[in-house]
Design a protein around this ligand. Structure first.
Ligand code: C2E
Ligand code: CA
Ligand code: CA
Length: 597
């Protein structure tokens, strides 16, 4: 292929252009503003066009000529060296059309103006159909028409580029959007197929993003997402490997990924980078993320399949506790199907009366008698049998079903208190677990008050157990609700104490009368010196704040002795009893009464 430059008068010899040797440009010419490449045509056309363009006063053009329609040089034509291409279609229209099609196929970045004999020619229409930006009938072309046509083509091309940029990039963060990501993924999968290599898709979802938006406002939420996108982009070598595919969701494609260990290392790096502290509205915030991974070819071989599986794995990571990475495997899929069905069934469970309330005694260490009990819900599923609350409560929280279920628990606990009273075991206290979602229900205080008052039980026999996390998820709302209910006489305890991050300054302001030391500390209280020291410290701390201490999950005599020696007030655990039905509870109490008579 030969590229020539026109200087008037054209003198090939003085320019040193060797028509056989290929690409050339004249050295030393001043860099012009607009570089136009003519492809095909005869020397006479080249000269004529060159003269027209060099006579332009307002604009500096530089015309180069490539005589052959040479498809070996597509890359060079598309290299970005030229601002516009004039494709001669007068002399060899078929060759010109073939080249045009090829240029369009490789995504040519330059505007292409096809030169035809006249404006009405069939070739002009073919050129437009095949992707030409515009065409020019040479019979009527003068320098003004030529300049107007080139100017229009260059401008239209720039606008088109901007529009496709908008369609493929996320306007907030500037990184690739979902559409671009899907295209890149499809290309990456094709490449992996032909090269027989694997690739990994990481779906990255920010944890608790909704809460950030609620607490700091959506403007701050947007700033956070932008910050996270920038951090992610810095983690990867290739800028388009990372995309924003949802409000707080990013995707990262690792091409030619090696082992699962390598992928896990990248995921860990992402978690570390994203969870570095950032400042929102002047406040330091730490945002973690959950990552789901699906790999080609192990997890699937289509874009949609990999997204679906990576999403399942991401939800699994969230369910576990967030801030971690899960790989998709078949079990994830089975568990997801079971969960989906469970969720469907749970919606009917209340109406079908499938929930049951069990009770576990809280034993007063000093007397050895049950002072009360904790109400623990069970679901008797028609197919799966007794389902653990650890499985269905998180699901009920996600779906909001915990709100009506919670009311049922409260109502049932009040009813069972009356049954206990009638059986002769009066004045027992009952503790009911409250989920953070229940506290966020605006009707909670009113509805709970109505249920308690309607039941006729003394409200001071009722305690609500709340975790630190539940209180801190919306401190003000929790505080207001607790204050209102405590006026009725209801008390509160801090559940799973030691596992949350609440500050004592906050806790002290709340109407809390007991701490429940989490089972994980009691488990090793005898075996581990550290846990022993921690539990002693917790008991002392609680007493100095005039709070009762309840130890959860005591299973052995040694644990009970340790707690007794260290002045814990109450113990709840398998050592005394598991959670049982109200009738079994009455039997337990009866037996104890007979034994101590
Ligand atoms: P939780 O509030 O920490 O309840 C104590 C859990 O520890 C109960 O599990 C109880 O059976 C178990 N446990 C008690 N003593 C021992 C022991 O000595 N050893 C062992 N290994 N475990 C012991 P359960 O009944 O499976 O409940 C699990 C969780 O489900 C509860 O943890 C609570 O967070 C939630 N939950 C249960 N019922 C309700 C409810 O009515 N409403 C709400 N919102 N959550 C509930
Ligand atoms: Ca509890
Ligand atoms: Ca607990």
């Amino acid at each position: 292929m030969i590229i020539s430059e026109l200087l008037e008068p054209l003198d090939l010899a003085t320019l040193g252009i060797d028509l056989e040797k290929g690409w050339q440009t004249a050295a030393g010419t001043q860099e012009p503003l607009t570089r136009v490449l003519l492809i095909g045509g005869a020397l006479a056309d080249y000269r004529r066009l060159g003269r027209m363009l060099s006579g332009m006063e307002a604009h500096n053009y530089h015309l180069l000529w490539c005589e052959q329609y040479d498809d070996n040089s597509l890359g060079e034509i598309n290299s970005g060296h030229y601002d516009a291409i004039l494709l001669d279609c007068q002399h060899q229209p078929d060759k010109a059309m073939r080249l045009l099609t090829q240029l369009v196929e490789i995504g040519c970045q330059q505007p292409i103006v096809s030169l035809t004999d006249n404006s009405a020619s069939v070739v002009a229409q073919r050129a437009m159909r095949n992707g030409s930006t515009d065409y020019l009938g040479m019979d009527t072309t003068d320098r003004y028409v030529l300049e107007r046509c080139l100017g229009y083509a260059i401008e239209k091309n720039a606008t088109d580029k901007k529009i496709s940029q908008l369609n493929l990039y996320d306007p907030l963060t500037g990184i690739a959007n979902r559409l671009m990501f899907q295209r890149n993924m499809a290309r990456a999968i094709e490449l992996a197929k032909t090269q027989q290599i694997s690739l990994a898709l990481l779906l990255i979802n920010l944890d608790d993003f909704k809460r950030i938006n609620q607490s700091f406002g959506t403007g701050a939420g947007d700033r956070l997402v932008t910050m996270m996108a920038q951090r992610l982009a810095r983690c990867v070598r290739q800028s388009d490997a990372v995309a924003r595919i949802g409000g707080d969701e990013f995707a990262l494609v690792l091409e030619d990924s090696q082992t699962n260990e390598d992928i896990a290392l990248v995921a860990q790096k992402v978690i570390d980078v994203l969870s570095a502290p950032c400042t929102l509205n002047g406040q330091a915030v730490i945002v973690s993320c959950s990552i789901g991974v699906a790999t080609y070819p192990d997890s699937g071989d289509s874009v949609d399949g990999l997204i679906k599986y990576a999403n399942m794995a991401m939800l699994e990571a969230k369910r576990q506790r967030g801030s971690q990475c899960c790989f998709y495997h078949e079990e994830t899929s089975k568990a997801a199907v079971r969960r989906m069905n469970m969720e469907k069934d749970m919606r009917l469970a209340l109406r079908r009366n499938e929930f049951e309330l069990f009770y576990q005694p809280r034993v007063e260490i000093a007397s050895g008698d049950a002072a009360g009990m904790e109400a623990l819900i069970r679901w008797r599923h028609p197919v799966h049998g007794l389902v653990s609350p650890d499985e269905f409560i998180p699901m009920a929280e996600e779906t909001g079903l915990i709100v009506p279920i919670g009311y049922w628990v409260l109502q049932q606990a009040c009813k069972d208190m009356l049954i206990l009273d009638q059986s002769g075991h009066q004045n027992l206290e009952v503790a009911v677990n409250l989920s953070f979602k229940q506290l966020q229900d605006d009707m909670f205080v009113d509805t709970a008050t109505r249920i308690i008052q309607k039941s006729g039980i003394d409200a001071s026999r009722l305690e609500f157990e709340l975790t630190e996390t539940a209180i801190m998820s919306n401190y003000q709302q929790a505080c207001d609700g607790m204050m209102a209910l405590s006026k009725l006489g209801v008390t509160f305890s801090l559940d799973d104490f030691g596992t949350g991050f609440s500050s004592f300054a906050h806790i002290q302001q709340l109407p809390i009368s007991a701490l429940k030391v989490d089972r994980s500390f009691i488990e090793n209280v005898v075996k581990s010196n550290d846990d022993g020291i921690i539990v002693k410290a917790m008991i002392n701390l609680a007493h100095s704040l005039r709070l009762h201490v309840v130890a959860e999950g005591a299973e052995t005599l040694e644990q009970v002795q340790f707690l007794w020696q260290n002045h814990c007030d109450q113990i709840q655990g398998f050592y005394f009893s598991e959670a049982v039905t109200v009738n079994q509870f009455i039997e337990l109490m009866d037996r104890r009464a007979t034994a101590t008579m």
